[in-house]
Design a protein around this ligand. Structure first.
Ligand SMILES: CC(C)(COP(=O)(O)OP(=O)(O)OC[C@H]1O[C@@H](n2cnc3c(N)ncnc32)[C@H](O)[C@@H]1OP(=O)(O)O)[C@@H](O)C(=O)NCCC(=O)NCCS
Length: 223
């Protein structure tokens, strides 16, 4: 019987062995021109929710800006992938970029030699699996081998997920601008609609005939 046969050692050997599941492996390489379109799609997806909730665009703002970045000198664009899938992207620069408001003197005065992290994004389907941690490790490694003393980045205060994530990893707030807003009691420039008084009734017809002229008073004879 089939059950008995399976119980014998010979038959058990012939049973297909459960395959050992291959653990995914994350790899990193520099971006190539042919990756640009795929990475742009990846970035749109990764920052979709964040960009909906923040007053300032979490970069990149436009595809053309992103494509220009590839041509710029001094920008390091790293791609993290598992198999053929892009799971994370990071972009760093060694100097304050032309399109930021950062003041390089702030860092010079404090003996800081920062590595500026312009982007750090993990694919939403891969979050919570240690990929962000691996990306961060890679950036710390670049900083260390280049003798740089800090990772500096900008994160929206209401991007609570990322903010908490950075704080937990020792990032601290620098003296930096925050967006403030004061509510103004709004007054519309144009006046509101106003009901008009009812139109005046035309006077009754009799009133239209002029009243008789008063007769001149008779002169009284002098006494
Ligand atoms: C913020 C962000 C980079 C985090 O990336 P992530 O890959 O989810 O991060 P990790 O997986 O390394 O860490 C997330 C949590 O998963 C946990 N985790 C789960 N499995 C893990 C594993 N196998 N190894 C390590 N950590 C693991 C970590 O402990 C961590 O929890 P903690 O923060 O409480 O310590 C990612 O959410 C993101 O890209 N967000 C959108 C873009 C964005 O906001 N970027 C930053 C703006 S500048």
């Amino acid at each position: 019987m089939a059950d008995e046969r399976a119980a014998t050692p010979d038959a058990a050997d012939k049973q297909p062995r459960p395959r050992k599941k291959k653990e995914p492996v994350i790899e990193v390489r520099r971006i190539h021109r042919r990756d640009l379109n795929r990475v742009w799609e990846f970035l749109k997806l990764s920052f979709r929710d964040v960009n909906r909730a923040t007053v300032e665009y979490q970069r990149p703002r436009t595809k053309s800006r992103f494509l220009e970045t590839y041509e710029e000198e001094g920008v390091e664009q790293l791609l993290f992938y598992v198999g053929k899938e892009i799971v994370a992207y990071a972009e760093v620069t060694y100097e304050v970029g032309g399109d930021t408001w950062l003041n390089p003197r702030y860092f010079e005065a404090r003996d800081m030699r920062p590595l500026f992290v312009d982007e750090l994004a993990v694919h939403p389907d891969w979050s919570g699996r240690g990929i962000g941690g691996f990306v961060l490790e890679q950036l710390q490694h670049i900083a260390r081998v280049r003798g740089l003393t800090h990772l500096v980045l900008e994160v929206a205060e209401n991007n609570e997920n990322a903010l908490g994530w950075y704080r937990k990893r020792g990032f601290r707030k620098l003296d930096a601008a925050i967006f403030m807003a004061q509510t103004i009691q709004v007054e519309p420039e144009l006046l509101p609609p106003r009901p008009l008084p009812p139109a005046k009734e035309p006077p009754p017809v009799e009133e239209l005939t002029p009243p008789p002229k008063p007769r001149p008073a008779k002169k009284r004879a002098r006494t």
